[in-house]
Design a protein around this ligand. Sequence first.
Ligand code: MN
Length: 231
Amino acid sequence: MKFTHPAQAPICVPVVNSDQQFPIHRIYCVGRNYEEHAKEMGYTGREAPFFFLKPTDSLIYVPTGATGELPYPSLTKNFHHEIELVVAIGKGGKNIKAQDAEQHIFGYAVGLDMTRRDLQNDMKKQGRPWDIGKSFDASSPMGPIVEKSSVHDLENAKIYLSVNNEDRQSSHINKLIWNIHETIEHLSAAWELQAGDLIFTGTPEGVNAVSPGDLMHGSVEGVGSIDLRVV
Ligand code: MN
């Protein structure tokens, strides 16, 4: 086959304790899926989940134990961290019911939905798409994928982020407004899920800005951790 320019290599994330790579199809994100975060963003109540996408090549893979470098993006003066549990889809489908969702999950990872908050807020005010605030280059750092059989009691797991060793975000996965199975039901009603899709399931309260030089440490208990320096 002849290409007009070099074809992009598949974007993959390694699977923990395996020689396998998980090739990424799409990156879906859930908005405002923890009540206390919805409140800090000026919303209340249990609204239907809503979704946005990030480009697959916005993913930065950070091996466990390494410190990844996260470039401070252009155009923003308010670059926010959002620590999130990431669900990796192993089997596709559409109109998946919550009670059937478990069989579509391959595993889990820790990720950050990095956000140019000032640009996102400008776009919200103007009723314009969020892409410039959410879907920029290097906006989706994440750690390796852990197969679901190795993850126990995820419901009660702590989700946590510190910046320069100061607590910033701390909550539990059971505080998700729409749990993982319900999220898959809603998402697969709108898009046909494919093996290789990632779902960033939303962030708890405590989102805030980082600056160049800051060191972020994020974790989901039983899934893993991620370390990043903003450069
Ligand atoms: Mn988010």
